[in-house]
Design a protein around this ligand. Sequence first.
Ligand code: SF4
Ligand code: SF4
Length: 437
Amino acid sequence: MSKQLAFALILLLSLIPLALTTVRLARCFRMTQGRYRISEHFRRLVIMGRVAIAQSRIFRRPVTGLFHALVFWGFCIILFGTVEMTIDGLSGRHGSLSGLGFIRTLFIASADIFAVLVSISIIFFLVRRLFHRIKRFEGIEMKHNSHIDANIALGLILILMISLNGMNVFHVLQQDENGMAGMLALYPFSARFAIHAGLQQAASPACYEFFWWLHILLILLFANILPYSKHFHVFMSVPNVYLSRLEPLGKLSHMDSITREVNLMLNPETVAGQDMSTPSRFGVKDVEDISWKNYLDSLACTECGRCTSVCPASITGKMLSPRKILMDVRARMKERAPGLLTGREKAPGDHFLLRNFISEEELWACTTCNACARECPVNINHPTLIVDMRRYLVLEEGAAPGGIKTMFACIENNGAPWQFSNEDRMLWAQGLEINTN
Ligand code: SF4
Ligand code: SF4
C-alpha cells in the first residue's frame, strides 16, 4: 500500500508541471494565426503512415536512418509497457493488462527486444555526436546548449532502456522453474540474459524494485523535460506530418486579404458580404503573425540539419540556414510568450522575430527551391514562412532589395518585369515575316 501511495503522489506531482506546460503551449498556439486549413484526412493518414510511422525520409540515409527508425519504433512499442507500469503502480499489481492475452505478450516481448536495439542505436548516436565531426550538426544556430540538450536526452533514453531490461531480468529471476517457459516467451532477451548471467535470485526483489522505480521516475522526469528540449519532436513529429501541407511544394498561397482587395476592384459581386476590414498586418513580422502550423513546425523540428545540408543558399556560403529559421521561431516564442500571456508585456519596442532573430539578408537569400521542405523528415515547410516574412517587408515597409524593387516598378508600369514598354514588346519581330497583330 505504501508503494501505491508513494507512486500516486509522485505521479500527481509530476503531472501538475506537465499540465501547466501543456496549458502554456496551448496558449502560445492561441497567440498565433489560424490561416492554415485542414482537409483530406484519408490522404493525410497515408502520408503520416509513410513519412512518420514508416520513416521513409529518414531512410534516405540508410545507416543512421535505420538506427533512428529503431528508436522511434521502440518508443512507440515501449509506450504500452509504460501504460501498464502506471496502472501497476496505482493498483499494486504486476501485469495489470494481462487480460489482453496475446496482444500484451506481443507488446511486452517486442519491448524487451527493442530496449536492446534502442540502447545500441543510442550508443551509436552518442559516439557519433561526441567523437565524430558531423557537418550538419554545426552552424551558427547550433549553440553549445543545443549539443548538451541532445546528449542529455540521449543519455536519459539509454538509462531508460537499461532500466527496462534490468527490471525484466530481475522479474524473471523471481520466477521458479515452472514459470521460466512463460518468461522466455514474454522477455526473449532478458530471460536468456537472466539464465546465463549467473545473477543471484535472492537479490532479485530489491533489484527489481530499484529498476522499476528508476524506470518510472525517469519516464516522469523525461515527460517534463521534453517540452523544453529538441526531443519534443518525439511527440510533435507525428501530428506535424499528419498536418503537412498538401499543395505542391512550389505553389505559393494567396494572401486572403490581398485576394479580397483585388476581387473588390475586378469582381465586386464575389466579395459581397465578406469582411473587408483591413488586416492589422500583412505578412509576418513577429511570432503573433505566424500561423499555428508555423509554430507546430518549430516544435517538431529535430534540429537534424538535413534541410540546411541541401539548401543551395547555405551550401554556397549565404547567411541562410533553414534550420535556424525554425529554431528562431521557437526561441522568439519562448522569449515573447510570458509577457503576452500574462498581459504584462510592455510594447515589444524594436525587438521582433524579423531582424532581431532573422535578418533580411537571410530571407532574401532563399531561392524558394523547396529542397529543404523536400528533405525534412517531419514535413516542415520552411519557404512558406520565409515568403510570409518577405511579404511583410515588401507590403508594409517597401523594403525589398534594389533589383526586386526595379522589377516591381516594371511590372507596375510595363505589365512585365522588364524595362521596356508594353508597346515595344514585339519590336524584335520587325522586318521578319511574322504577323505580330
Ligand atoms: S527553399 Fe530556401 S531555405 Fe529552402 S532549400 Fe531552397 S533556398 Fe534554402
Ligand atoms: S527543419 Fe526538418 S530537416 Fe531541418 S533541422 Fe528541423 S527537422 Fe531537420
